[in-house]
Design a protein. Structure first.
Length: 92
């Protein structure tokens, strides 16, 4: 098991920061700083063990009220960015 932690500053959400812990291509844990505590605790528990591609597929484009994004959407953007960075490192 090789855990890797990503810190992601969100944009346009009540949650200001996400700390995402990955175990290869699976979510090991995620911490949301700010936002709706009950909802984000529930999302956190559901995410544990999920494949990051599955999370991206399910969360991408979710909005919150009149906002063009949401905490789940920001998490998907974080994971897409992570995948791009990892793939570019592998290509080198």
């Amino acid at each position: 098991m090789a855990l890797r932690t990503i810190q992601y500053r969100t944009q346009g959400t009540c949650c200001a920061l996400m700390n995402v812990v990955l175990d290869d291509d699976k979510i090991y844990d995620v911490e949301f700083v700010g936002g709706c505590p009950g909802n984000l605790k529930g999302i956190r528990e559901l995410l544990k063990g999920m494949d990051i591609d599955n999370v991206i597929e399910k969360f991408k484009g979710i909005t919150c009220g009149s906002k063009p994004t949401s905490c789940p959407d920001q998490l998907s953007q974080c994971l897409v960015e992570y995948k791009k960075q990892t793939q570019s490192q592998i290509a080198k």
